[in-house]
Design a protein around this ligand. Structure first.
Ligand code: BTN
Length: 239
């Protein structure tokens, strides 16, 4: 079921309420404290975009299986855009890019059950839909409207996304389908097999080539000094 709110601090907080069940979607027209990755805030013009969280029952997954959840969400977003004729890529780990511009941010909040299992996950998603002018501090935003030159019915976009996510999420329950998920995520990685500039948390920059991701979601980059793996937050792209 879709729950619409005019204003929330963040859909992530609301979706943690146990009254929401698997498949429920919490949507806010405006978030007063929208959260982004790395402690940043998520900026989105009220009433122009989609800011929502989808509640997922992940109790069949072990805690170390968080990355496949993220893969299913990222691929569902790529599928969504493909349905609108937009070719999207996954900028590791979970941004969605069109060309060199960010169109979606994803922040997934997991809660843990007993015996090393996940319990449920809230996939917090911000899709830039109809916004055409963005805050100056945002480095490289884009939107569906900027990419196509037309406006979109946000409810329709959301419903199409839920369809895409249902399909990709089901794949987590079937071994061979999960392998397809892994392969698709790999193929759709932004800057895969292309030399690119990266930076480390201390500001040091280096050139490397993304060769894929490991089972836990770590990024594999080939550098002049050999192949290295990086966990979330250990490396950034220089766009
Ligand atoms: C990022 O920094 O790229 C992640 C952004 C995630 C934004 C979405 S909007 C809906 C949900 N609620 C939040 O507060 N954040 C996520």
């Amino acid at each position: 079921m879709i729950y619409n709110f005019n204003e929330l601090t963040s859909t992530i907080d609301e979706a943690r309420d146990p009254k929401y069940r698997h498949g429920d979607v919490v949507v806010a027209e405006h978030q007063t404290a929208g959260r982004g990755q790395r402690g940043r805030r998520w900026s989105s013009a009220a009433g122009e975009n989609l800011t929502f969280s989808v509640v997922l029952d992940t109790s069949f997954l072990r805690t170390e299986e968080q990355f496949p959840v993220l893969q299913s969400v990222a691929l569902a977003l790529v599928d969504l855009f493909s349905g609108y004729g937009l070719e999207a890529r996954v900028k590791w780990p979970n941004d969605i890019y069109i060309g060199d511009r960010k169109i979606v941010g994803v922040l997934i909040d997991h809660s843990h059950g007993a015996g090393g299992m996940l319990r449920r996950s809230g996939a917090g998603i911000g899709i830039n839909v109809n916004q055409r002018v963005f805050d100056e501090w945002l480095p490289n935003p884009t939107s569906m409207s900027l990419e196509t030159g037309r406006g979109f019915d946000r409810r329709e976009v959301l419903e199409r996304f839920i369809g895409c996510l249902t399909e990709r999420f089901e794949a987590l329950k079937v071994t061979h389908a999960r392998e397809t998920l892994r392969r698709d995520y790999h193929k759709l990685l932004y800057r895969l097999d292309t030399p690119a500039l990266f930076s480390l948390p201390d500001g040091e920059r280096f050139t490397g080539t993304i060769r894929g991701t490991g089972p836990g979601g770590e990024l594999i980059i080939e550098t002049a000094g050999g192949t290295k793996t990086f966990l979330f937050h250990e490396v950034s792209f220089v766009i």
